[in-house]
Design a protein around this ligand. Structure first.
Ligand code: URP
Ligand code: ZN
Length: 471
């Protein structure tokens, strides 16, 4: 494989910030020095650019079945191209165990779908929906031999994904004793179900009722419960898509007591708020994601959580459904729930926007500094989910997943220019500063400005080591 030389860029990691040249050879970072001259290298001038480790998005849902034939609208191919254009070179998606199914079989099914398509590197968390004894007995093997060190449990969606507290405890106990971590979707599913039934019985079917039936208190309650069960089971626990102040309070309280409780939030919770549910007609369906957008006070608290390490990661929860029925069909569209908020497929797009939004709205506004930006988007995800030091930093011997980022370039976000299949953007028309210019995946240039140079299947499955050991 040819040599690549990135010259004169400002190299930023979670701890460093310096100008240097980087030599890439055989897909790895081979040398970093103030000045390197290599005769037979392909040279990329990075003057005035930031040189960042490739982003790692640990929460995405590509071509994911949501029940009743409904699917997210990005394939592994379109979703990972979109990720790459946004500077993300590794994703962790989900493999869902269906009732009665072997978790290993669920993993194999997703691996078979992903392998020929993925354009960036990838891993899977295994979602457990059936805690039968055989399934639980398989978990150590997944951790030790299949590279899956994180498992997801739902406290929401009764009758579909939800597992009860006893199942949560049993799974946590097993996973904790084998080097794994449990990710939890923390909302009180049964109370929320009662609220949904109340709303529908009163004839309230519009998208706003998605927000009104998923109150912050029930996110806080479930977060507290998840952490307490994890404490008892002695397992690290990771709260996904944390949105509410009440949930953050539960994480802070646990961390202050030395409990291994971690959490992520997502750009939509940092940059959008509940006013989006006041649009007329069906427009607000674009913002039907779970948990829903919260108020400004929560936004403020989330930023504080990111600043003080009570929140460790920013992921996207990229879970795209088109707004319009055509051209992808009703089963990949929000229109599936046109007449009933409870049928609107839950989720929103964003895998392409994470770095640029967080740079523009976080670094440029001095809410976080550049090192923290890298920590939140690459280094902490790598350490949390068993990818470090192969991924998540720029260091000799690490994979050469590198992003050249122009901190001065202004542009406007729009569905007409993004690379996902989804037909809308949560951030349509937003003017931002800072743009991904070039992306290298293990030393191969896959994004060059607007040009796509990667190919389906070039992404590699990454066997992850222990999760949740970030201290
Ligand atoms: O709205 C969301 N987050 N959709 C993805 C499925 C889930 O709830 O995790
Ligand atoms: Zn999700």
């Amino acid at each position: 494989m040819s040599k690549v030389l990135i010259k004169g860029g400002r190299v930023v990691t979670a701890v460093d910030d310096y100008v240097a040249d980087i030599l890439i050879q055989a897909g790895k970072i081979e040398a970093i020095a103030r000045s390197l001259e290599i005769e037979d290298a392909q040279v990329h001038d990075a003057t005035d650019l930031l040189v960042l480790p490739g982003g790692i998005d640990v929460h995405v849902h590509m071509e994911t079945p949501m029940g009743n034939g409904v699917y997210t609208c990005d394939t592994f191919e379109s979703g990972t191209i979109s990720a790459a254009f946004g500077g993300t070179t590794t994703i962790i998606d989900f493999a869902q165990q269906f009732q009665g199914e072997s978790p290993k079989l669920a993993l194999d099914r997703r691996l078979a779908d992903a392998a020929p398509q993925c354009c960036v590197d990838y891993g899977f968390h295994v979602i457990l929906t059936d805690a039968n004894a055989d399934a639980i007995a398989e978990l150590p093997d997944l951790v030790n031999h299949e590279g899956v060190s994180s498992f997801k449990l739902y406290m929401a969606y009764p009758g579909v994904m939800m597992v009860d507290d006893a199942a949560i405890y049993k799974i946590m106990r097993k996973v904790g004793s084998h080097g794994g971590m449990v990710n939890v979707h923390a909302e009180n599913g049964t109370v929320i179900q009662a609220l949904i039934e109340e709303a529908l019985a009163a004839g309230n079917t519009s998208p706003k009722f998605h927000q009104l039936t998923r109150p912050r208190l029930m996110e806080g309650e479930a977060t507290h419960r998840a952490i307490r069960i994890a404490e008892l089971a002695e397992v690290p626990v990771y709260i996904v898509h944390l949105s509410a102040k009440e949930a953050l309070d539960a994480v802070v309280e646990a961390r202050d007591r030395g409990i291994h409780a971690f959490a992520e939030t997502c750009p939509h919770y940092l940059f959008l708020d509940e006013v989006q549910y006041n649009h007329p007609g069906f427009e607000s369906a674009k913002y039907v994601m779970t948990p829903p957008l919260r108020d400004r006070r929560c936004q403020h608290e989330l930023w504080r959580g990111l600043q003080f390490d009570d929140l460790q990661i920013v992921s996207t929860d990229h879970c795209p459904f088109c707004f319009n029925e055509n051209p992808m069909g009703l089963l990949k569209s929000k229109r599936y729930g046109q007449d009933n908020f409870n049928k609107i497929p839950n989720g929103a797009p964003g895998v392409e926007l994470r770095l640029e939004l967080l740079y523009d709205g976080g670094v440029r506004t001095s809410k976080i500094n550049l090192n923290r930006f890298v920590q939140l988007t690459a280094t902490a995800p790598a350490k949390m989910f068993g990818l470090f030091p192969r991924k998540g930093t720029i260091a000799i011997g690490s994979d050469a997943d590198v992003v050249l980022f122009d901190p001065n370039k202004e542009h406007t976000l729009s569905a007409s220019t993004h690379h996902s299949n989804v037909d809308y953007s949560l951030f349509e028309g937003r003017k931002i500063q800072g743009k991904v210019e070039k992306v290298f995946l293990r030393g191969e240039l896959i994004v060059d400005g607007e040009q796509w140079l990667g190919s389906p299947g070039m992404g590699q499955y990454i066997n992850r080591t222990a999760s949740g050991r970030i201290l």
